[in-house]
Design a protein around this ligand. Structure first.
Ligand SMILES: CNc1nc2cc3nc(NC)[nH]c3cc2c(=O)[nH]1
Length: 372
């Protein structure tokens, strides 16, 4: 009997409030998943990640298969034990990062061969090996291996990658072997072409998955293209399965994704922006590198529920960022992750109360009025 299940508890327009129950705990949706690339959310203790409100974090197969290696993580008790995070973990299947990071990549029907960007050693990733790696990591939600192409692209190219991804989806499902203690998601491709996206969604559903990722977006296309693709495709996905928009995004991308029926998000942006001196507040983003903060004794937001937004002056945060002190990365990573969790928590409450439209309008108004 499947031990990882999705329950939809409320809808408001296309927006959905739900919950994924897993043996390691529940995931409240809409959910933002902090990225723990190589078994760590950079500059954060796992307890701190939980304290920001995260129910689940993401691990990257590409990084972990290179270092320390999937078999080694398994021999050390699996990724949860390895990194001291006992709540749910979602892993990606590695294909996206092979195409963006690895060297000397060769993609065939069988899979992709590549050289490590670290030491040049040779690897192969097939649908079967990716499922094996994610199972060795003991991940709670795993992804099929797919091929994601950048936009804009020729229709023929989008069609070729989409059709290959469906064949790989089928092989991934077979290799998954109906494991009951984790979910397997298919990944919808098809670029910005509605007909290709429909064929991908239909093809995946005929194979059958526990959830459906929307891939091939946040790859250079304008936000309105991403939103159009989402508006067209989410109604074609099963209402009783989670939908995960991969690699998205900035707060306004996430709000727009929730309004278009997306349940799960992941993005390196909040932590990466934190390490680069950008702080997310309810007024929008503040670039603390800017010299205008040098003498500003005010905290970021004295009305914030987050102590880190109240206890440090902007001048001090500016100082930490300019001197590239480690504490700067720590404080701003926590501030940004906490903001993303506050945004999704407020969205969940708004959907439950049937006030998603007002919530979205209020949130955008605060961003626009932002006293940065
Ligand atoms: C693991 N497969 C897979 N990962 C992805 C990660 C992404 N990350 C972004 N923007 C940061 N777009 C993405 C698309 C995919 C995609 O289409 N497939």
């Amino acid at each position: 009997m499947k031990q990882v299940t999705f329950t939809l508890s409320a809808t408001d327009g296309m927006a959905r409030r739900g919950r994924i129950d897993t043996p390691r705990g529940e995931i409240n949706t809409p959910a933002f998943m902090p990225v723990g690339t190589a078994g760590t959310v950079k500059a954060m203790y796992p307890e701190q990640v939980r304290d920001t409100g995260a129910d689940i974090l993401l691990g990257n197969t590409y990084h972990l298969m290179l270092r320390p290696g999937a078999e080694r993580v398994a021999s050390l008790g699996g990724l949860h034990t390895f990194m001291n995070w006992e709540r749910p973990i979602l892993t990606d299947s590695g294909g996206f990062q092979v195409m963006s990071l690895a060297k000397l990549r060769k993609l065939t029907e069988r899979g992709v061969t590549f050289k490590s960007h670290i030491d040049g050693s040779a690897y192969e990733l097939t649908p079967e090996r990716s499922i094996e790696i994610q199972t060795l990591l003991d991940s709670d939600i795993i992804m099929q291996l797919d091929e994601c192409i950048a936009l804009p692209a020729e229709r023929k190219e989008m069609e070729r990658a989409m059709e290959l991804s469906i064949r790989w989806a089928d092989r991934s499902k077979t290799a998954f072997n109906n494991q009951q203690n984790r979910m397997l998601f298919g990944i919808v491709q098809g670029g910005d072409d509605a007909e290709l996206r429909s064929r991908s969604a239909a093809g995946l559903q005929s194979i059958g998955f526990d959830g459906y990722s929307i891939g091939g977006l946040a790859v250079g296309e304008p936000q309105e293209v991403m939103f159009r693709v989402l508006s067209d495709i989410t109604p074609e996905l099963p209402a009783d399965k989670p939908r995960y928009l991969m690699g998205v995004g900035k707060p306004d991308d996430i709000l727009g994704g929730i309004e278009r029926g997306v349940d799960m998000f992941d993005c390196v942006h909040p932590t990466r922006a934190g390490r680069h001196g950008h702080a997310y507040t309810r007024f929008g983003v503040i670039n603390l590198k800017n010299a205008r903060h040098r003498d500003d004794h005010r905290p970021l937001d004295e009305a914030s529920p987050n102590p880190n937004c109240r206890r440090w002056s902007r001048a001090y945060l500016h100082h930490l960022v300019k001197t590239e002190e480690i504490l700067g990365a720590m404080v701003l990573s926590q501030i940004n992750l906490a903001y993303y969790q506050e945004l999704t928590a407020r969205a969940r409450a708004a959907i439950e109360a049937g006030r998603m439209t007002d919530f979205a309008a209020e949130t955008r108004a605060a961003w626009a009025a932002g006293d940065l």
